[in-house]
Design a protein around this ligand. Structure first.
Ligand SMILES: *[C@@H]1O[C@H](CO)[C@@H](O)[C@H](O)[C@H]1NC(C)=O
Ligand SMILES: *[C@@H]1O[C@H](CO)[C@@H](O)[C@H](O)[C@H]1NC(C)=O
Length: 262
């Protein structure tokens, strides 16, 4: 059974064995998340979100959280209505996807899950943008944003408060992407405490990087990160970048279950 809604009301109805749901969304902004997030989406799900903007506008989708059973459960993103010819990308696994900006005035998402195994699901926010703008890339916790226009060619500069250093690119430029889309050239940087080295992490997802990454870490570093999950949950660690001095510097990963030492 699928139920349709109009305007900004979300409706979702489930029936077994298929779990279909349909959402119609409009601007100026809002959020999209998988059913049951973050406690797991149903098996046999077939859920479709269609976000519609006015003419001369497009839709920016920013993921805050993403975890789908790799290769078996898939979120397809369509630049336009959810039809095969509009397929933009297929997302699966545990890596946070990059921001997606539509070319069309409609952006749709379809989550298909198989008969077994679920994960947290995904949570994303969307914003309707005029065609020539990149949208605000976001505020920086413990830092300052300079630049308040976000159109093609505009630059936004970030710096960190005293006691923090910047990780990532300090200057983002809004440039023309494929077709008539405008996108920031780099993701939002972050500010880290100067002496940050290790720590305890909780929550649905997060990022760990060596001190000063992507610059070099210092000599004699000895950092320990502890990731805590709820009882019964497992933790997936995905390496995006890895460079250590071969044979001398090392990263050890240990778990509380037996035989989980690498
Ligand atoms: C939409 O944007 C307004 C103004 O920027 C903001 O206050 C609000 O939280 C946003 N809503 C969502 C669902 O992101
Ligand atoms: C999902 O639902 C749509 C329409 O609601 C349908 O066209 C599509 O074939 C379904 N996909 C699967 C894999 O069941």
């Amino acid at each position: 059974i699928s139920s349709k809604s109009s305007g900004r009301t979300d409706l979702c109805s489930f029936s077994f064995p298929g779990q279909n749901c349909t959402f119609q969304l409009q601007g100026p902004n809002g959020t999209v998340e998988s059913p049951g997030f973050p406690y797991g989406y149903p098996n046999y799900a077939n859920c479709t979100w269609t976000i519609t903007a006015e003419d001369q506008h497009r839709i920016q989708l920013v993921f805050q959280s993403f975890a789908l059973e790799e290769d078996f459960d898939v979120l397809s993103v369509f630049d336009g209505p959810p039809q095969p010819e509009n397929l933009r990308t297929r997302l699966t696994g545990f890596q946070l996807p990059a921001t997606i900006v539509s070319v069309a005035t409609t952006l749709s998402l379809r989550l298909i899950s198989d008969y077994a195994v679920s994960a947290q699901g995904f949570h994303a926010s969307y914003e309707v943008l005029p065609s020539h703008t990149c949208g605000n890339p976001g505020r920086l916790p413990n830092g300052i944003q300079q630049g308040s226009t976000f159109n093609l060619g505009d630059k936004v500069r970030y710096s960190c408060n005293p006691g923090f250093f910047l990780e990532g690119h300090a200057v983002l430029t809004c440039h023309a992407g494929s077709e008539n889309s405008a996108t920031w050239d780099f993701p939002l940087p972050s500010c880290r405490a100067d002496d940050a080295c290790g720590g305890t992490l909780r929550g649905q997802s997060g990022i760990i990087s060596s001190p000063h990454f992507p610059s070099e870490y210092h000599n004699n570093a000895d950092c320990t990160w502890t990731i805590l999950a709820e009882l019964g949950d497992t933790i997936a660690l995905v390496f995006i970048d890895f460079q250590l001095e071969d044979g001398y510097d090392f990263l050890e990963v240990t778990g509380t279950e037996g035989s989980s030492l690498w």
